[in-house]
Ligand binder design. Sequence first.
Ligand SMILES: [Zn+2]
Length: 478
Amino acid sequence: MSAPAAVAWEPTIGLEVHVQLATRTKLFCRCAWRFGAQPNTLVCPVCLGHPGVLPVLNARAVEQGARAALSLGMTVNRESKFDRKNYFYPDLPKGYQISQFDEPLAQHGSIRLDDGTHVRIRRLHLEEDAGKAIHDRGDFGLVDFNRAGAPLAEIVSEPDLATPPQATEYLDRLKQTLRWAGVSDCDMEKGNLRVDINVSVAPAGRRATGTRCEVKNVNSFQSVARALEHEIGRQIAVLESGGTVRQETRTWDEAAGQTRVMRVKEEADDYRYFPDPDLPRLQLSAEWIEAQRAALPEPQAQRRRRYEQALGLSEYDARVLTAERETSAYFERLLAAGSAPKEAANWLVNDVLSWVPPGGGVDDQPIPPEYLAAVLQLRHDGRINRNGGRALLEARAGGDLRSPQELVSALGLETQSDAGALEQACRRAIAAQPKAADDVRAGKEKALGALLGFVMRETRGAADAGKTRAILLRLLQP
Ligand SMILES: [Zn+2]
């Protein structure tokens, strides 16, 4: 976004985010819903829109939608309703989508960005997903209806964002909050979080907003930033050359790195919404809403503060441990097992998390919390040093299912064996740093520091400094 100095342009950005809610079944039928199943195997007459069938609302989806809303500080409405949004598209077998038009499930939330910007969230409503049209098969198209009827929450922000980095920060916060609440995995690669962008530009300082364009089909946070950069630049170029921005729906072409026109909006879309006659109004009691609030975990920011202030963890460790709900749950289990907080955080962040496969979480690595707690206990009792602890973790990661207690003797990790190990480390230090060794032999004791540092690095600081020093001097006697 590089506006020339002559006229400053101000973008106005709003985001509509579709999030797939974590439920086992679809929004209005009992079909299972999961990503990656054989095409057209998760379907029934209801989600295929056969005549004469009736939708039945999935209570779990309402729970998850309400929890999503509450985690974003929104008000869940005691009453809302479902409407039919009518349009024709091959992936929409009924010819309409059941959504919520003028009475959404929830409204009035907000997300605060690091720069203090308060991004208001206008509304959150429930709706069913469409199927998936597949167009890349040459001269014919295919449709997979597995996704048809999957539960979505659409979360609409007010146009309170002004820059691409703000937009990606908002999305990141939104994703973290919803994942923390356990309402969606927000996995963009599976299409579980999809973003539509609304953007316009106007001369800075005049509180007017320009004609806005919608950009659909943006599939990663990085693409959101790139699509915004491109679209803002495009609109500024149109305006500076004396043209007018047309109101249109555009699509983001990832390969070409630009937005393209999908359709020009002569007037607002007419979906002929009307209340779905097959679904009663959704009525929620105040008690039910409070129960959803009570079911939410301790808010992420609050837990982070507690880790720093009450447990004395570093800001970095507290941040890592509260980045994902499952990581925090793992840490809580270490605390419940009596592990010392700082030591537990240290081993979890620096060691255990290094086994997490790319794109996975703490539950995808091989060391269970009970195992790490037992290792920490052995450390606490002084039976093993840091290397020993690391060796125990490596054994488990390598598939050895024996307990840490068994392994300590089987692998000879008791600290008693340290003297020999320390001497070997000292010999390696001397071999690796012959110049320093010669200096010590020549009586320059200052050179001992380099050798000592080598041994400390090798033993990750677990070596007894006094003992190491004595061994080095003995080995280097002239
Ligand atoms: Zn179905």
